[in-house]
Design a protein around this ligand. Sequence first.
Ligand code: SF4
Length: 377
Amino acid sequence: MNVSSPVSLYVHIPFCSRRCRYCAFASEPMDLHDPKPVIDALIQEAARYDLGSTIQTIYIGGGSPTSLPEKLLFGLIEYLAYICYDVSEFTVEANPGQVNEPILKSLYSLGVNRLSIGVQSFNWKELELLGRQHTAVDVAKSVYAARTVGFTNISLDLISAIPESGIKDFEHSLLCATDLDVEHISVYSLSYEDGTSMKEMLDSGRIQAVDEETDRAMYEMAIEVLEQAGLRQYEISNFAVPGLECAHNLTYWANRSWIGVGPSAASWYQGKRTVNVADVRDYVRRIQEGNDPTLEVQNPTLLERACETAVLNLRRRVGIDLSEFQQQTGFDALNLFAESIQNHVSNGFLEITDKSVRLTCKALPIADQILCDFSTL
Ligand code: SF4
């Protein structure tokens, strides 16, 4: 597959019912906007591409797709399912408390076959601190309702290292998540992004970040508990029943082409990385006037592409597949990164097999530091 054939489509819904305290995603409160012109613009932007049979995965994220009025959300899904007729994985992000059995039934009947549910925690104090609007019971109800209507591929997102909480609190969330017997779980450590209320709370001393040692212990616990529950770690932060890894995200980690539509959506298509304007009104205006919604364009060199591919591939537990890398980038990974590979093999952070280079278990908690060494040459 070359870079000019997109395999995945990402659709960004820029609305949420209310902002969570830690969130830096491009999303605005729904009550400040009329969502209809935005969804119309998204549809017009998608229609500019010849998506047809090349798109294998669709992911509607945001923001909160399920904060949209049902008619708009269903209309968008129906349109996408119509123009992309060979899709094997169609994911919609759902917030617990915003979906019920009739809504899920409609999503399923329109072709959505994977749900990604934003759980974050099963502890009410943590949910309150994060500014989430749902309870642990809402999560269970959403999963049961999704099963009832036929979903067989459900993912839950969890956050570790939430301030004021300890390892037992996190274990509770992990165990509640595995009790729901879902096919996929993602675990990300809380990060304090500029401009979020969580960062302000941290800077003003109202909360304290979890210390590095506890953060690491939580990560190691996640690997142990989730693997024991039959969810195999296939990426630094992602775990799945074998065979049900998120195909859409695997596109990103393989550095294959995708198209993103909507305000702030990024694309990697025809050798260019582009990012759409984030401002919702500006985005709609540009589309309505027939103009390009793109704000930034980068044309990475072949060497830059090879570095990006290595960093993304190393996030996967399978690591860099040497022949796939050579075919995709034209470079021999073992030669191109000889110095970094040698250093990290000797300190036990990388291993080389006959087909691949990958992170060792020891490297996983400090993966970001190791990946930095592959980001430039
Ligand atoms: S629901 Fe998701 S996208 Fe919306 S504010 Fe919360 S974390 Fe951010």
